[in-house]
Design a protein around this ligand. Structure first.
Ligand code: ATP
Length: 207
């Protein structure tokens, strides 16, 4: 039985943007992961606001965002279960669905890494899946190191720096994007055109 290496990428994807589709394949290649598992959250326990778009729309947009990524799959486990989406629960369930020799890596942006000490049962998460970190602008490696040393404790700061994966830095966030959707600006560098059309068709993120 051959074992595989899985890159697990959770998010609200509200909406999924170019960083969500461009960066995971770069990381998968760098880490020799065979598959990328996108896991849309029902409700992020650490975000104060609920997602703006209903889950079925976020899922449909995520399908569009990943359509051209051959080794991407979407796992709806968090949408299918009630309550907030705790990563530790997701990883525990996934662990029962894969071979014991299959390796998990958990892909997170540096903003999420900084919050990691507040994640439910984070020591268990580290046992289940080693993080892989995407540096998010404006932070560079040194600034990330400085900042993670002074955040609520999780793994040692040096360890977090070692988990950074070399990849392009894309200054895109769903929050900033949502604010610009109502304007006439060209968003094609930030958002797949198919998703722009989907958002218009379903009149998402208005008001
Ligand atoms: P929001 O602005 O609504 O918080 P977001 O842009 O951070 O949304 P999420 O769906 O919450 O998007 O992100 C899913 C994961 O992708 C998180 O781990 C986040 O840190 C990471 N991520 C999102 N955008 C980027 C980016 N531009 N560069 C690196 N990582 C990113």
């Amino acid at each position: 039985m051959s074992s595989s290496k899985l890159l697990i990428f959770g998010g609200t994807f509200d909406p999924p943007h170019r960083a969500h589709s461009v960066l995971p394949p770069v990381v998968a290649e760098a880490l020799n992961c065979d598959r990328i598992l996108y896991v849309p959250a029902a409700l992020n326990p650490l975000k104060t606001d609920a997602p703006r778009a209903p889950a079925h729309h976020r899922l449909a947009m995520l399908r569009l965002a990943t359509a051209d990524i051959p080794n991407a799959e979407i796992c709806t486990i968090e949408l299918d279960r009630p309550g907030p989406s705790f990563t530790v629960d997701t990883l525990e369930t996934l662990r029962t669905q894969y071979n014991s020799t299959d390796e998990f890596r958990l892909l997170i942006g540096s903003d999420q890494a900084m919050e990691f000490g507040r994640w439910k049962d984070w020591p268990r998460i580290l046992e289940l899946a080693t993080p892989a970190v995407l540096l998010r602008p404006p932070l560079d490696r040194t600034q990330f190191h400085e900042q993670i040393r002074t955040t609520p404790p999780s793994a040692p700061a040096r360890q977090w720096v070692d988990w950074i994966i070399d990849s392009p830095q894309l200054d895109i966030s769903a929050t900033a994007l949502r604010d610009r959707l109502g304007s006439a600006q060209d968003l094609s560098e930030l958002l797949d055109q198919r998703i722009v059309e989907y958002i218009r068709k379903h009149q998402l993120y208005q008001g």
